[in-house]
Design a protein around this ligand. Structure first.
Ligand SMILES: [Zn+2]
Length: 304
């Protein structure tokens, strides 16, 4: 179980271009904040399982992130003339989907194990309490029985029972017998419950084995650190295009869109690991996506 937690699948974004020399000088175009760049949804591979409307919404939100940061529209959505953002489904997205699916199965198996574990512990505790109560009462009954026998021996030694003693004997004997009956019933219940408990523990063990099997599968297929290309921004003299290749969920999608749009704005990678423009998705805080101050400084720097 520990193994699973220790292994992280880091979806990195290794993005084109990697050399600063290949980047166009933002100043050449010189319009990055006076005239907004335009982006639009291009082709979409349906295996991404997100509709065009949802994708347009994500693109708009990613664009808005940059515009809001600087208080004016630097990126706008333009269906007609925008830089096309194509969604290209490749092996890595398939791998990402498989990884997520298996990870979710492990999580579900883990939840199942935990809830059964809690129920088994509760029952086991109750069973142990009942057992120790039974042991105590059973010991007391033994002592009462023994003391009755001693008393009977003593009376026999002195020559036998008188009427009073006989009545007393029957009374005490009845008490001891009644307790024996009760104890027998409790013993039976304890045995039955113990069997039931044992079955549940067996079931729990089977579930743990299943879960460990899934974890082994996961570790064989997905262990280690994977860096994946999530998005690409390309341009030449006449064309600009953004390709989205991989994302685990909608938050991750928004990040890769914001990152590639950042490149389209002329921004290079920054060092701040929490920045949208860092070269990997490594250690960004979870929760709502926002630009870091390094991102905003980088945008200001291209906004001449
Ligand atoms: Zn990049």
């Amino acid at each position: 179980m520990k193994l699973f937690c220790g292994l992280t699948l880091i979806a990195g974004c290794l993005l084109f271009p990697t050399t600063a020399a290949a980047l166009p000088d933002a100043g050449e175009e010189g319009l990055f904040c006076s005239a907004a760049i335009r982006v639009a949804l291009g082709s979409v591979d349906e295996r991404f399982q997100l509709g065009r409307e949802e994708l347009v919404e994500e693109i708009r939100e990613a664009a808005r992130l940059w515009s809001d940061a600087i208080g004016q529209p630097v990126v706008v959505y333009d269906e007609e003339e925008g830089i096309p953002i194509h969604f290209i489904y490749e092996d890595q997205q398939e791998l990402t989907d498989q990884e997520r699916e298996l990870r979710e199965r492990i999580e579900r198996a883990g939840d199942h194990v935990e809830s059964l574990e809690r129920s088994v512990w509760r029952r086991e505790e109750a069973w142990r309490d009942a057992t120790s109560g039974y042991d105590g009462d059973s010991g007391r009954r033994e002592r009462r029985f023994e003391s009755l026998n001693q008393w009977v021996r003593k009376i026999n030694e002195k020559g036998g029972f008188n009427e009073d003693e006989l009545r007393q004997y029957h009374y005490r004997k009845q008490g001891v017998d009644r307790t024996a009956g009760e104890l027998e019933a409790r013993k039976e219940w304890l045995l039955e419950t113990g069997e039931e408990l044992k079955e549940r523990v067996d079931e729990l063990n089977r579930l743990i084995i299943d879960k460990n099997g899934l974890i082994d599968q996961y570790n064989v297929r997905f262990s280690g650190v994977h860096y994946m290309t999530q998005g690409i921004y390309e341009w030449n003299a006449t064309d600009r295009v953004i390709q989205i290749l991989q994302f685990a969920d909608r938050d991750a999608l928004k990040l890769v869109l914001a990152h590639e749009i950042g490149h389209a704005l002329g921004i290079e990678h920054v060092e701040d690991e929490e920045a949208v423009m860092h070269r990997t998705t490594g250690s960004r805080p979870t929760g709502q996506l926002r630009l870091s101050s390094a991102d905003i400084d980088a945008l200001r720097a291209v906004c001449r």
